[in-house]
Design a protein. Structure first.
Length: 277
């Protein structure tokens, strides 16, 4: 029978058991998570959690008590500097045991033991989610009665001001709805006009495609009759150039004659004036 057997000796004597738990606690504080068997993890939890509670008071006495159990100054400094700051608001339950299955060979139950506040993934999952609750009829009735009481206590001017504000909001809503309707009508008209213009554009493109071959035929006829017309135009241009040259020669000869006759005419006019005098 197991009467008065509170502790699990783990098949070891007192000195061996205390040394093993001290080493396991040091590893847990330094690495924040270790892999061991379930009975050892349960005994380690009973051993290390009082030490973590002691680390919340950073005094010389508490440091000496923790050092007498751990026997490792680096683990003591880590416990009092980082671990105590993380678990300062937690009132116990600093470790978590996660069972992983059974070990091959002796079929011993295995698990992870870790410090709760150093597992970020579990902390994110444990955050409470916002839940929507349905409003009960009792609460709505109570709110209605409260509103009636307030309305009875409030003066008439406040009631009128609230009514005016509601009317202004209603007008604003109506104007917004009317503007939306006008925009919708304009957009519908624009779509109808675009639809009506689409067939006209199609007919215009069809007529242009039909006229294109005719234009090509006319250009071919022009190219066929081109050389004869070019010869006629060249001959007409030559005749015009010859006539213009002749007219220029005649005008230049007239100007020269006028220049030659100019002094003679002046002398004759002077002689006539002398005879008259």
């Amino acid at each position: 029978m197991r009467h008065r057997r509170k502790n699990n000796h783990l098949g070891r004597k007192k000195g061996h058991r205390e040394a093993m738990l001290s080493n396991m606690a040091t590893s847990l504080i330094m690495h924040k998570r270790i892999y061991t068997t379930v009975p050892k993890a349960k005994e380690l939890r009973r051993f290390v959690e009082p030490l973590i509670t002691r680390s919340k008071e950073d005094t010389t006495h508490s440091r000496r008590v923790v050092f007498s159990a751990l026997k490792n100054k680096y683990a003591v400094t880590e416990l009092f500097q980082t671990v105590s700051q993380k678990v300062g608001d937690r009132p116990g339950g600093y470790t978590r045991i996660i069972k992983t299955g059974y070990r091959l060979g002796d079929n011993a139950p295995m698990c992870f033991i870790e410090l709760v506040d150093f597992n970020e993934n579990m902390l994110q999952e444990s955050r409470p989610k916002r839940t929507r609750t349905r409003r009960s009829r009792k609460k709505s009735a109570a709110k209605a009665t409260g509103a009636e009481a307030l309305s009875s206590d409030t003066p008439v001017s406040d009631v009128e001001g609230k009514a005016e504000g509601k009317a202004a909001k209603a007008k604003g809503k109506v104007s917004g709805e009317s503007a939306k309707k006008v925009k919708a009508k304009t957009t519908s008209k624009g779509t109808e006009e675009a639809k009506s213009e689409a067939p006209e554009a199609k007919t215009a493109t069809e007529t242009s495609t039909k006229e294109a071959p005719l234009a090509e035929g006319g250009s071919s006829e022009q190219t066929e009759t081109g050389p004869s017309e070019q010869a006629e135009s060249a001959s007409s241009e030559k005749a015009e150039d010859a006539s213009s040259e002749k007219a220029e020669d005649a005008s230049s000869e007239k100007k020269e004659d006028d220049k030659k006759e100019g002094p003679q005419a002046q002398a004759e006019t002077e002689a006539d004036e002398d005879t008259k005098s």
